[in-house]
Structure formats: C-alpha cells, structure tokens
Design a protein around this ligand. Structure first.
Ligand SMILES: [Zn+2]
Length: 330
C-alpha cells in the first residue's frame, strides 16, 4: 500500500508538471514573420507526408497504432497514433550494413496496444537480415513518452538497449567531455554523429545521419511547444547545433512531436488527440540558426514565438517537480 501511495503521488506530480508546464509567466518575444512565405513547400515525399493525426472520436478510430513512413530502403520514420497517446511521438529506424538503430520507443508499454517490437521485426524481415543483426535502442532523451516501449525489446535476441539514464547513455557513446564533445555511432557504412543537446532535459542528444542528411533533434527543437528546463545549457546546445548545421549539409531537421497547427505560431492545446490541420514534421537548418540568434539576443529566459515552433522556459516550481519525478520515474 505504501508503494501505491508513492506511485500515486508521483503520478499526481507528473500530471501536475504537465498541467503547469505550458503556463510560464515569462515575457514573450514574437519572432513570427507575419505571413511572409518563409517556409516554402518542398517537393520531397517527406515534406509532403500527411501523418496520421488522431481522431475526433477515438472509439471509432480505424487507423493503425503506428504510422510507418519509408524514406528509402534503410530509413524509416514511425509515428504513434494520437488515440493511444496525445504525445504521438515520432520514432526513427535506420539500417546500416552491420546493425540497426532505433531512436526512441514511444509512449506506450503494451505490445498489444502498441506493437512496436513486432513492427520493427517486420521491417527488419523486409530488409532481409532479421536473424542475426544487432538492433541498438537509444533515446533522444529520458522522458517516458520516448522510452515506454523499451520493455517490448528487453530480453529479445540481438537487441541492445541503452538504458534511459544519463550515465548509461554517456557510457555507451563514450562521451569524455559531455556536453562539449561529439560522439559517433557506426552502423556499418553509416556513421552517425551524436551531439549533446541538454536543456529540454539533462541527457538530451541529437543525431546526424549523413545518408539521409537528417538531423534528429528529439524534443530539443520540433514543430511544437518546446519546454526548456535548463535555459543556459539549452542556449549552448542550440549554439552547438547552429555550428553543426554550418559545417554539414542538413536536409531536414526532424524532432519527436508535432504540436503546431498549419498557421504561423499557433499551437494545439496540450492533450489534443485530433490535429486535422497540423504543421509538417520537417523543420530546416534555418530554424536552428534563427533560434540560435534569438537565444543569443535574449538576456533572460523568455518565451520565443516562431512561425514553426515555440520555445519557453520551465518555471522554478516545475523544474523542482520535474527533477523529483525524474528520480523515481525510470
Ligand atoms: Zn521530452
């Protein structure tokens, strides 16, 4: 019973955190471009992809639990159905010559409701080498909507799960001077760069894939309401990303959620399970450059409102709750 009370308490605290986290009282800096056509539509199938975006009535929803987008034979993007979790996180699956990377495992544990392992297995089988290749499971950061599905992979053959803790992650990638160094993950003919991007959460990373030229940014920057727990660390992380996009060819900046509508600066309220007019997933390296400039100019944490995303500081109270929840929710 004591355990129940503790679990109940932290469930309550986690809920409280979500409720208060979108209502910060800091100043807002409006950086919208007021109707200018800054974001031109791109012709690629990824830019044009209409994702599964929930349902007005989830009871009669007939969409699958997972929307699978195939960019090419070795690169997939998966999105969880909003009727299972309003977070509807995106998950990335990349095949190398030797091993396969799964970035994040979604917001739902249950394999019956959310058959992520089975879906990944069928994509591995389609690729043709399911039997003996290693599947490495890593996380963009350690919030539950990005690692809840880990349990489906635990104990499965040829699966390596990097536990969702800062220590396990830094050890796996062999970071020596976190967050000031970069690490690499070689999948065989596909060498990913791992960039430390703490700020939204302490252990957040971004990954660059030279094959697709995707920069996978998790919740560090995505078309939605980015809550920043550690403002200074975040400012430095975005500076690191801005430096990276200057030095590398980045075709698409891809985060882990969509929360914006297709109108500049307009966000769906937290908890929305039906987003018929949601923004595209794809951001551009220019968005990182603009965010970097705004962060450099702001002398205090403030809400930064862009056409395609919003960045806002977490309040002191929320930071404390987040840290305490982080101790227990693992
Ligand atoms: Zn997060």
């Amino acid at each position: 019973m004591g355990v129940m009370i503790v679990v109940g308490l932290f469930g309550f605290l986690a809920g409280l955190l979500v409720l208060v986290s979108k209502s910060t009282s800091s100043e807002t800096v409006d950086l919208r471009t007021a109707g200018s056509d800054a974001t031109k539509p791109e012709p690629s199938p990824l830019h044009q992809k209409q994702w599964m975006h929930g349902a007005a009535d989830c009871e009669s929803d007939t969409d699958p639990a997972i929307d699978v987008f195939r960019a090419d034979r070795t690169s997939y993007i998966l999105r969880q159905n909003k009727c299972l979790s309003y977070e509807a996180p995106f998950i990335y699956l990349l095949f190398g010559e030797d091993r396969t990377l799964l970035l994040d495992t979604g917001a739902t544990k249950s394999a019956a409701e959310f058959p992520l392992y089975r879906t990944v297995q069928s994509l591995l089988a389609e690729f043709g080498e399911a039997a003996d290749r290693e599947l490495v499971v890593v996380h963009s950061h350690h919030h539950t909507d990005h690692y809840a599905g880990d349990s489906q992979f635990a104990g499965q053959p040829n699966v390596t799960i990097v536990e969702p803790t800062g220590a396990a992650m830094r050890d796996f990638f062999a970071f020596e001077q976190w967050p000031d160094d970069e690490a690499h993950l070689d999948l065989g003919g596909r060498r990913l760069t791992v960039i430390p991007t703490p700020g939204h959460q302490e252990d957040a990373i971004s990954l660059y894939d030279p094959h697709t030229r995707w920069l996978l940014t998790g919740d560090t920057i995505y078309p939605g309401y980015v809550i920043v727990k550690h403002w200074d660390a975040y400012t430095q992380s975005v500076a690191r990303l801005a430096d990276f996009v200057h030095r590398h060819e980045v075709g698409a900046v891809l985060g882990a959620h969509i929360e914006m509508t297709d109108k500049p600066g307009e966000i769906y309220p937290i908890g929305t399970i039906y987003q018929p007019d949601e923004a595209p997933l794809v951001l551009a390296s220019d968005d990182i450059v603009a965010l970097h400039a705004a962060l450099e100019q702001s002398d205090a944490p403030s809400k930064l409102l862009f056409d395609g995303f919003v960045v806002a500081p977490m309040g002191a109270m929320q930071r404390t709750v987040s840290t305490v929840v982080g101790w227990f929710v693992k």
